[in-house]
Design a protein around this ligand. Structure first.
Ligand code: ATP
Ligand code: MG
Length: 184
């Protein structure tokens, strides 16, 4: 699965419907002037993936994610990500019949929150399970390398990088168990 397109409408600085296309399946870079909305696109991706720590998307409350916090004539933030699902080896279980998967998250002033899967309203859990099944758990502490954290990672010792990767892959606990077994 890789991102084919992102649609933002009413999210942060994207007060008007904006579509972003032309993603590569392996590597992408977003360029632009300071303050032009690059990080807001990454925040939008995290929003759809279901980030729970709002400070990681530079917001104090959910309302901060709506264009001008709802004071600019827009009363909801909608972000849709369309994933290409044509690589059978990366297909989430149960989604074999879909060539594309579009996940939409919509936040309405007042706090109402909806998820849609290919345009159909679904429970949050369905989206959570979908992303977890392809190891896209945005709430994993090592999933995101935030602005400023990159230098910290570059300065890590190889053993610390190994620990970070083990933690992200979910195999760290086995290493901890192995170490304690060796001590006994
Ligand atoms: P830099 O190169 O400095 O990292 P950037 O391109 O990543 O910049 P962003 O952080 O994505 O820029 O965008 C910052 C802009 O988004 C600021 O002008 C800020 O006022 C605006 N912004 C943030 N939240 C909202 C909101 N809820 N409504 C309107 N504008 C917002
Ligand atoms: Mg930025």
């Amino acid at each position: 699965m890789y991102i084919k397109s992102i649609e933002l409408d009413g999210f942060k600085s994207y007060g008007e419907l904006t579509q972003i296309n032309g993603f590569d399946d392996k590597f992408n870079a977003i360029t632009g002037l300071n303050g032009s909305g690059k990080s807001n696109i990454l925040d939008a991706i995290c929003f759809v993936l279901g980030i729970s720590n709002l400070s990681h998307v530079r917001a104090g409350t959910l309302q901060d994610l709506i264009f001008k916090s709802g004071q600019g004539g827009v009363d909801k933030a909608t972000v849709s990500i369309t994933f290409d699902n044509t690589h059978a080896s990366q297909c989430p279980p149960g989604y074999e019949d879909y060539r594309e998967i579009t996940v939409t998250r919509q936040l309405i002033m007042g706090g109402k929150n909806n998820y849609l899967l290919n345009g159909i309203k679904v429970q949050n859990k369905k989206i959570h399970d979908l992303f977890c099944s392809v190891q896209l758990n945005v709430n994993n502490p090592h999933f995101l390398i935030m602005q400023g954290k990159i230098t910290k990672v570059l300065n890590m010792k190889p053993i610390e990088i190994l620990a970070m990767i083990e933690e992200a892959a979910g195999t760290r606990m086995y290493e901890v168990k192995r170490q304690s077994a060796l001590k006994q």
